[in-house]
Design a protein around this ligand. Structure first.
Ligand SMILES: [Zn+2]
Length: 126
C-alpha cells in the first residue's frame, strides 16, 4: 500500500509509515475494531441476559433474578462506558428483569402464604 500522507510505498501490514512517521490505515482501525467488537459483544451478552431475566422472571423468578444480576454486572464491566446510551439501556433492561423477578417471587410467596391460610381455613372439609 501507499502512505496517504507522503505517497511512499510501504508494507501492507505497517502501522506507521517508515518515511514520514504518520499513522497508516492499519493504525486506528485495528485498535478501534477490536474495542468495538468487545464492546458490542459484551453489550449483546448483557442484553441477552436482560431479556432472559425478564422472560424467566415470570416463571422462574429465582433464575430470572440471577440472570438479571449477571447481566447488570456484565453491562457494568470495566471496558464499557457507563455513560454510553446503549449501556444505560442494557442496564435498564436487566434492572427491569430483576424487578420482575423480585415482584413475581414476592407475589409467589404471598400466594403460597394466602393459599396455606385458605387451606387451613378449609380443613373442616376433610
Ligand atoms: Zn508516509
Amino acid at each position: 500500500m501507499f502512505c496517504s500522507k507522503c505517497g511512499n510505498e510501504i508494507d501492507n501490514n505497517a502501522i506507521i509509515c517508515p518515511f514520514c512517521g504518520c499513522e497508516t490505515e492499519n493504525y486506528a482501525p485495528s485498535g478501534q475494531i477490536s474495542d468495538d467488537v468487545m464492546k458490542n459483544d459484551s453489550i449483546s451478552k448483557a442484553k441477552t441476559f436482560g431479556i432472559i431475566s425478564i422472560i424467566l422472571g415470570f416463571f422462574l423468578p429465582m433464575i430470572g433474578l440471577i440472570f438479571g444480576i449477571i447481566g447488570k454486572v456484565k453491562a457494568g464491566s470495566a471496558f464499557l462506558d457507563t455513560n454510553d446510551e446503549e449501556v444505560k439501556k442494557v442496564k435498564k433492561l436487566n434492572t427491569i428483569g430483576i424487578i420482575i423477578a423480585i415482584a413475581v417471587g414476592v407475589i409467589g410467596i404471598i400466594y403460597n402464604i394466602v393459599s396455606m391460610i385458605a387451606y387451613k381455613g378449609n380443613t373442616y372439609y376433610f
